[in-house]
Design a protein around this ligand. Structure first.
Ligand code: NAD
Ligand code: IPM
Ligand code: MN
Length: 358
């Protein structure tokens, strides 16, 4: 059989806890659908700093490069928060995205009907919400030159934001292509009233839009978008935006679904290869307690099946299993209205795994 090589980098905090549940779901699809996976584990993030002196060891990167897809938990934690830039878990995360050419970060936020009560927003506002944030992932202020200098009034810090037209064009084209497969509405989010990078962004979007006359395009300034996401979430279909705006807006979009513990993501380049991870971080406040919601990571596996492997049957089976378990009323603490009835990470994982069937 065609065995797919999966590089697993569980990382820190709740990373290993949620990744374990995602692997269980993958193994279940081997039984049910006959797919084959070979898992290889590597050190990454804070744990790699502790054990290897660097957040992204060479052999971990090599392992990812020879794999068909990467499954990532999360990195970071207070232990490493005061480290220098080179010895920060987050630097490893940016490094792996760049090294693997993963410029496109797809973050779907669709609201499960039965979770409307879990959101902090009114259920009627959420009705019909099903959107995708397409976030540029290897450019902008995250990757521009950064430095400190002595200014006239003491220390100064500089972060530069750079985008070239190719970087904008490739992510915008992907977003238009995705919009075409959905409701054919694209919102391009920028800050073109202030930023030069945003003006180049908008010009590029307008030029590329001529190739997609069937997609309805709107330009939204990022501050207004942050507000509209809460006011009229259901009116959005695909949102495309630069790196930092996408980071912020996708955490905001998470609350439409009830919890950041629900939001999955795919990071892609030009080909089928991808890195799959939950949108949330290592959640140091709940790490080690066995209470993290594994659904974001499990749904990231469904994205992997769909986008990298074309295993649509297994992707659907996972999504159906998640819905079935939620419909039956099972909740981890983050999405539970009655917190006293909340179940743990492993129990939630087991229920979902058991519900995966043809
Ligand atoms: P976070 O996403 O880790 O946590 C924010 C809040 O959401 C916390 O209260 C946490 O308990 C809760 N939460 C997150 N995931 C959850 C889950 N699966 N189930 C239940 N509750 C969940 O963000 P933060 O606290 O700002 O960051 C913590 C660390 O994680 C930092 O070091 C940060 O740099 C890192 N981080 C890493 C990634 C990543 O690896 N991709 C993403 C975001 C943050
Ligand atoms: C994310 C995270 C990362 C980001 C951090 C941890 C570097 O917040 O994946 O959303 O900002 O991209
Ligand atoms: Mn983030």
């Amino acid at each position: 059989a065609d065995v797919k090589k999966i590089a697993v980098i569980a990382g820190d905090g709740i990373g290993p806890e949620v990744v374990a549940e995602a692997i269980k779901a993958m193994k279940k699809t081997e039984e049910v659908f006959g797919y084959g996976f070979e898992f290889e584990h590597g050190l990454f993030g804070g744990i790699a700093i502790d054990e290897k002196g660097t957040p992204l060891p060479e052999d971990t990167l090599a392992m990812c490069k020879r794999s068909d897809a990467v499954l990532l938990g999360a990195v970071g934690g207070p232990k490493w928060d005061n480290n220098s830039k080179e010895l920060r878990p987050e630097t490893g995360l940016l490094g792996i995205r760049k090294a693997l050419g993963l410029f496109s970060n797809i973050r779907p936020a669709n609201v499960f009907d039965c979770l409307k009560e879990a959101s902090t927003l009114k259920p009627e506002v959420l009705e019909g919400t099903d959107l995708i944030v397409v976030r540029e992932l290897t450019g902008g202020i995250y990757f521009g030159e950064k430095f400190r200098r002595e200014g006239e009034n003491g220390q100064e810090a500089v972060d530069t934001c750079v985008y070239n037209v190719n970087e904008i064009e490739r992510i915008v084209r992907q977003a238009f292509e995705i919009a075409r497969t959905r409701s054919k509405r694209l919102a391009s989010v920028d800050k073109a009233n202030v930023l030069e990078t945003s003006r180049l962004w908008r010009e590029t979007v307008i030029r590329i839009a001529t190739d997609y006359p069937d997609v309805e395009l709107e330009h939204v300034l990022v501050d207004n978008c942050a507000m509209q996401l809460l006011r009229r979430p259901a009116s959005f279909d695909v949102i495309v935006t630069e790196n930092m705006f996408g980071d912020i807006l996708s955490d905001e979009a998470a609350m439409l679904t009830g919890s950041i513990g629900m939001l999955s993501s795919a990071s892609l380049g030009e080909g089928a290869f991808g890195l799959y991870e939950p949108v949330h971080g290592s959640a140091p406040d709940i790490a080690g307690q066995g209470i993290a919601n594994p659904i974001a990571t499990i749904l990231s596996v469904a994205l992997m099946f769909r986008l990298t492997f074309g295993y649509h049957d297994a992707a659907e089976a996972i999504e159906r299993a998640v819905k079935e378990v939620l419909d039956a009323g099972h909740r981890t603490g983050d999405i539970a209205v009655d917190k006293s009835k909340a179940i743990g990470t492993t129990a939630m994982g087991d229920l979902i795994v058991n519900a995966i069937r043809k």
